[in-house]
Write a protein that binds this ligand. Structure first.
Ligand SMILES: Cc1cc2nc3c(=O)[nH]c(=O)nc-3n(C[C@H](O)[C@H](O)[C@H](O)COP(=O)(O)O)c2cc1C
Length: 405
C-alpha cells in the first residue's frame, strides 16, 4: 500500500533534493524538530531564517554590491574535482590538525562573526560550548556581543581574538592586551575592510523590518556596514567597555604594513593576518613577521573582486612555502569543499554563516550538529581519496579543471 509519510521521508533524504531548493524546503518543514534531524548545513539555513528577524538576517546573509564575490565563493569549488584512491586501509582516520602547537580535532574553524546574540540568545557562548564539545578552534570577533573572558571560560581552552585595528593605536593596544590577559593565544587582525563597503541586501532587509531598532541599538540610524565605534551601533559592544569610543573608527584607511610590527611589539600572541588573497600580499606578510594568514574576502562582504577564496588558496600557499600556516574561509558548506582547500595547501578552513545558521536555529546544539555534519562529510572525502590523515591530502588528491563547472 502507498505510504505517503514513508515516501516523503525517503524523498527528503535523497541527494536529488539538493538540486531543487524549493522542493527540498517544502518537504523539510516538520521533518527537522531537533538539530540531529538535519542532514546537511543547508537544512539549518531556512530554519534560521524563520528564527532570526529580517534586519539581522540581512546582516548575516549580505554580500556587497551585486554579490558576485559571494557567489564566486561557492562557484569556485566547482573548478576542482576529487581524485579517488582505492585499496588504502582507511579503517582509522585522523582529521586532527595542529596550529601553533595546539591540537584540534578537525581543520574546521569557527570564524569570527560579530554580534552573535542577534541570532540566538546564547550568542558566542553557545558557539564556544559547541567548539569545546567537538574540539574546534574558535575565533572571537572584536564585535562580539559577549566579553572575551566569558567566552574563553565557556570554551574551556584557548581561542583566537579577531582584531579590528581601529584608528587609534592606544585603543587597539587596550583591546589586544585584554584579549591576551583573558588567555587568547593568537590575534587575527582583519585587513579587508579599510574604508567601508556597500551592503545592499542588508539595507533592503533592514527596510522590511518593522521592529523598533532603537530599542536595542543606541543609534539605529548608524551605518552597520561602515561602523564607527563611537556614537554608532557599536558603542555598547563589550570589548569597548571602559574605552572612550567618541569618534573612533573601527578600522583605518591609512593602515600600512608597519602596523604588523607595532602590533607584535605590544603582544606575545601570534599575529595572524585575515583578509589576504594574493601571492604578493602573502609574501609581504611573511616578510613583515606575520605568524599566519587567513585567505578571506570576509565571506563576500569586502571587496567585490569576483574571485572565490578557494581560487586564491594555492597562490598564497605557494608564496608562503610552508613557513606559516595558511587558513582559508568563504563559502565552505561541504566536507568536500574543506578537502579541496586542504589539497590546495590550506592548513585549516573557516566557516562563518553555516554555524550561525545552526546557532540561530538551535543554539549550541545546532552549532554542534553543523560541525558533526561537516566533519563526517570530510571523513567520507578522505575515505574516498585514500587519505588517512590531513597531511596526506595533497595536490595529487584533486584536479584543477581551470574553469568553474
Ligand atoms: C554576519 C557576519 C559577521 C562577520 N563579522 C566579522 C567580524 O566581526 N570580523 C571578521 O574578521 N570577520 C567577520 N565576518 C567574516 C567571517 O569571519 C568569515 O570571513 C566569513 O563569514 C566566511 O564566509 P562564510 O560565511 O561564507 O563561511 C563576518 C561574517 C558574517 C557573515
Amino acid at each position: 500500500m502507498y505510504d505517503r509519510r514513508a515516501f516523503i521521508k525517503f524523498a527528503a533524504a535523497s541527494p536529488l533534493f539538493a538540486a531543487f531548493p524549493s522542493f527540498r524546503e517544502t518537504f523539510q518543514q516538520g521533518n527537522i524538530e531537533q538539530a540531529v534531524d538535519a542532514l546537511d548545513v543547508f537544512d539549518f539555513q531556512s530554519l534560521a531564517q524563520k528564527a532570526i528577524p529580517p534586519a539581522h538576517w540581512g546582516y548575516l546573509m549580505t554580500g556587497v554590491d551585486g554579490e558576485e564575490t559571494l557567489k564566486a565563493n561557492r562557484d569556485g569549488f566547482t573548478r576542482y574535482q576529487l581524485r579517488t584512491k582505492r585499496f588504502v586501509d582507511v579503517s582509522r582516520l585522523d582529521t586532527s590538525v595542529e596550529l601553533f602547537g595546539i591540537k584540534f580535532n578537525s581543520p574546521i574553524v569557527l570564524c569570527p562573526v560579530g554580534s552573535q546574540r542577534a541570532f540566538h540568545r546564547d550568542g558566542e557562548v553557545g558557539a564556544a560550548r559547541a567548539a569545546q564539545a567537538k574540539g574546534h578552534l574558535q575565533i572571537l570577533s572584536t564585535q562580539t556581543s559577549i566579553g572575551v573572558e566569558e567566552v574563553i571560560k565557556a570554551r574551556g581552552g584557548p581561542i583566537w581574538y579577531q582584531l579590528y585595528t581601529t584608528d587609534n593605536f592606544d585603543v587597539t593596544t587596550k583591546l589586544v592586551k585584554r584579549a591576551e590577559a583573558a588567555g587568547c593565544t593568537a590575534v587575527a587582525v582583519t585587513v579587508d575592510l579599510p574604508a567601508g563597503r556597500n551592503t545592499e541586501t542588508m539595507t533592503r532587509l533592514q527596510r522590511t523590518d518593522t521592529r523598533n531598532c532603537g530599542s536595542c541599538h543606541e543609534d539605529a540610524t548608524g551605518d552597520l556596514a561602515n561602523p564607527r565605534v563611537g556614537g554608532g551601533t557599536n558603542a555598547n559592544k563589550p570589548m569597548f567597555a571602559g574605552i572612550n569610543t567618541q569618534g573612533l573608527g573601527l578600522t583605518s584607511p591609512s593602515l600600512t604594513w608597519d602596523f604588523i610590527k607595532r602590533l607584535k611589539d605590544v603582544t606575545k600572541m601570534k599575529v595572524v593576518i585575515k583578509g589576504l588573497e594574493t601571492r604578493e600580499d602573502a609574501a609581504q606578510a611573511v616578510d613583515h613577521g606575520a605568524d599566519g594568514i587567513v585567505v578571506s574576502n570576509h565571506g563576500g562582504r569586502a571587496t567585490e573582486t569576483g574571485r572565490g577564496t578557494i581560487e586564491c588558496v594555492s597562490e598564497v600557499a605557494q608564496a608562503v612555502r610552508g613557513r606559516i600556516p595558511v587558513l582559508v574561509d568563504g563559502g565552505f558548506r561541504r566536507g568536500t569543499d574543506v578537502f579541496k582547500a586542504l589539497a590546495l595547501g590550506a592548513t585549516a578552513v573557516g566557516i562563518g554563516r553555516p554555524y550561525i545558521w545552526g546557532l540561530g536555529a538551535f543554539g549550541q546544539q545546532g552549532v554542534e550538529r553543523v560541525l558533526d555534519i561537516l566533519n563526517n562529510e570530510l571523513r567520507l572525502a578522505m575515505v574516498g581519496c585514500g587519505t588517512r590523515i590531513v597531511k596526506e591530502i595533497t595536490a595529487a588528491s584533486i584536479i584543477d579543471t581551470g574553469r568553474r563547472g
